[in-house]
Ligand binder design. Structure first.
Ligand SMILES: [Zn+2]
Length: 295
């Protein structure tokens, strides 16, 4: 098993943690486009981040992380569902991506949007500037600014593995004194800061936790598997055509020489619709529900 998240809990304090490891799903995402290494790294960190964020929320639906900038990487987008299915994509200007470039060079003055889209209930969105030295730092800053539980991220990816760790301070229960809580949080996060990219990328979860927290009582829970899965479908593509309206869909058909092809950018799947298909889509006055337009 190469793709999973795994929670851990400190027994004597109110801090929880989670580790994520992505191999196969990361490979699936990278296989769709010839990403240069720095872009592949960022995309891996983003996949790890989304997988960890899903574990901090109690919801049934989709979490979307979207980073935008006017630099070499205009868009990074990753989705992770509450069923732990991930997909992701990056847009980039190959000529502007220099070897070894980090977040700042690739996405100057960028912003990061976090969207939680539950199957039922209100959609929630938060935005943070990509100001930190890394995606992990920017995400940690997001939690600082949004009055949520103090949360820190550590994210690393090398084009083969994407790894991440999260620590989150829970409401006071076992440890009630505010000063002791703060000191404990500082202690645990300072130790986590000593973890290098090589260590997190190269070691299993037990070893990572032992290396960092062998003096603490830590409980590691069962892993939860993560898969790559694209949520595109012929039906969704059909819905998108229906939502254009009959006239625009017909115009598109003319422009495309009689065969409208919709490409999924996440997985490269192609859905094509000829004149008969499109006539059928609108046969009932466009009765296919045009509700899903996520692509
Ligand atoms: Zn797809």
């Amino acid at each position: 098993m190469t793709d999973f998240t795994q929670r851990f809990l400190f027994d004597d304090t109110d801090v929880r943690g989670e580790l994520v490891s992505l191999g196969e799903s990361y490979a699936h995402v990278l296989a769709k486009h010839p990403y240069p290494e720095p872009v592949a790294q960022l995309l891996g960190e983003m996949l790890a981040a989304a997988s960890l964020l899903v574990g901090t929320l109690k919801f049934d639906g989709l979490l979307v992380l979207q980073a935008r900038s006017s630099g070499a990487v205009p868009l990074l987008m990753v989705e992770c569902s509450s069923d732990r299915e991930v997909r992701g994509i990056a847009r980039y200007h190959a000529s502007q991506v220099t070897p070894g470039a980090g977040l700042h060079e690739l996405m100057p003055e960028g912003s990061l949007t976090l969207t939680v889209d539950p199957k039922q209930g209100q959609r929630y969105q938060g935005i943070v500037a990509l100001e930190g030295a890394s995606l992990a730092e920017s995400l940690s800053g997001y939690f600082d600014n949004s009055q949520q539980l103090p949360t820190r991220f550590w994210l690393y990816a090398d084009g083969r593995n994407a790894r991440g760790m999260l620590l989150q301070a829970l409401p006071a229960d076992r440890l009630k004194d505010p000063e002791a809580r703060e000191a404990n949080w500082q202690h645990l996060t300072t130790l986590a800061d000593t973890l290098t990219a090589e260590e997190l990328l190269g070691l299993d979860n037990e070893t990572v936790l032992h290396r960092l927290y062998h003096e603490e009582a830590v409980r590691l829970f069962d892993p939860q598997v993560i898969h790559f899965r694209c949520s595109c479908s012929r039906q969704r593509s059909a819905n998108a055509l229906v939502s254009l309206g009959k006239d625009d869909a017909q115009a598109l058909l003319q422009e495309s020489g009689g065969n409208v092809v919709i490409d999924c950018q996440f997985c490269n799947q192609r859905y094509s619709f000829d004149a008969a298909d499109i006539a059928q889509l609108f046969a009932g006055g466009g009765s296919a529900a045009p509700s899903e337009t996520r692509h």
